[in-house]
Design a protein around this ligand. Structure first.
Ligand code: SF4
Length: 381
């Protein structure tokens, strides 16, 4: 190697070390105090695996602000992996309310059980086993291994990706190209022995200084090496087009005259597995104009009304378009017969629930209630 090249290599190495040191000391001084992290002065970069697991599952698709409101309550009720594993799924769902995407609660519960049953309650530390648990994808697995066990893995969440796009000036002509550029930068800057603090520091920079729409470059510990510092507007992470499927549903809003609604517990493993929902059918299975259903209803001396318009609700890959059928009944027993004949669900899995008692329900249930209220509540059936 020529002398000049050797010098360039040495300079680059020194610059890399300076940037790494800047981020680590910024994190120790100014990183976020989050309830799932140990105090930075004491942690030595190592976090409690149970708290990392719970917080990371909560943070999938939910903002930090919302998780902050729920995390401590969850920890009070389930302070350890064992208490979580020993609890019923219904209890976990109740504590999960407000976070949405209840499937994550089911995954968390199952993971806790499997760690207790198959690993004696001790968190496994190898990637293959960690990734075999439900709901633990590439990012969550890497976060667990790095933050809890200080393994030498690269961690990349949305914040880190955005910071690295800007720091590395990764413009990328395509999503894939940009991701590859980011991965190269991340691999190059990985700090051996201190990855946990390094990646948590990058996350905090993304949250406090290098935000999606604005940057505070003057305060950023990455300033020296950043290839897009002070750039306006800041560089963006390219997004691929998400394929969203549109599905049409008919939901039955059935009230007993005293404010209680008929709800069914959705079958485990389905879209809303284990949650309480209003009886719901795919639109093509149910004549929303009332044909087959209205015959069944008039058979039983009941009347229903299809509300004008529809409710829209977005799941990760599905856009739900929901028509609402309102029905008010005098006798609860009539309904169970009807419900049985309609084939919406198992009669045994139904219950009458007041709005105030709707705890483990998906968000669209409240949207449907609001929609019906705008239409004049349960009157007019
Ligand atoms: S210097 Fe500015 S653009 Fe670069 S990483 Fe820091 S905040 Fe983001």
């Amino acid at each position: 190697m020529r002398k000049k090249d050797q010098k360039t290599k040495k300079d680059n190495h020194a610059k890399k070390r300076r940037i790494q040191k800047e981020v680590l000391s910024w994190y120790r001084e100014k990183g976020r105090d989050l309830p799932w992290r140990l105090p930075r002065a004491e942690s030595n970069g190592r976090q409690d695996p149970y708290k990392v697991l719970v917080s990371e599952l909560m943070l999938q698709q939910t903002t930090v602000a919302t998780v902050l409101q729920r995390f401590s309550l969850f920890m009070e009720r389930f302070p350890s992996l064992v208490t979580l594993a020993d609890s019923s799924l219904d209890e976990v769902y109740t504590l999960w309310s407000g976070l949405g995407y209840y499937r994550r609660a089911r995954y968390l519960h199952e993971t806790a059980r499997r760690i207790c049953e198959d690993h004696g309650g001790v968190f496994p530390e190898d990637e293959k086993t960690v990734r075999s648990f439900p709901g633990i994808g590439a990012y969550t697995g890497a976060a667990l291994l790095s933050f809890a066990f200080r393994k030498e893995v690269v961690v990349k969440d949305g914040n880190i990706e955005r910071v690295m796009v800007r720091f590395g000036g990764c413009e990328g002509a395509t999503v894939l190209e940009q991701r590859r550029e980011v991965d190269r930068v991340l691999n190059f800057y990985h700090v051996r022995g201190w990855g946990s603090e390094w990646y948590q520091g990058l996350m905090d920079i993304g949250s406090k200084l290098c935000r999606p729409r604005s940057t505070e470059c003057g305060f950023c510990p990455l300033y020296e090496g950043c290839r897009s510092r002070e750039r306006s507007p800041p560089l963006r992470v390219l997004k691929g087009e998400k394929k969203v499927k549109e599905e049409r549903y008919v939901v039955w809003l059935i009230e007993d005259g005293s404010g209680y609604f008929l709800m069914e517990k959705a079958v485990e493993g389905g879209l809303f597995g284990g949650l309480w929902i209003f009886p719901l059918q795919k639109a093509e299975m149910c004549d929303e104009k009332g044909g087959r259903t209205s015959v069944l209803l008039s058979d039983l001396g009941l009347e229903s009304r299809l509300l004008e318009g529809e409710v829209e609700h977005r799941l990760t890959h599905i856009k739900m378009r929901i028509c609402v059928m309102k029905l008010r009944v005098g006798s609860r027993s009539d309904l169970l017969k009807f419900f049985d004949r309609l084939g919406c669900g198992e009669v045994g899995s139904c219950d009458w629930i007041h709005e105030e008692g709707m705890k483990t329900v998906p968000a669209w249930v409240f949207k449907v209630l609001r929609f019906a209220t705008l239409d004049g509540g349960m009157g007019g059936c």
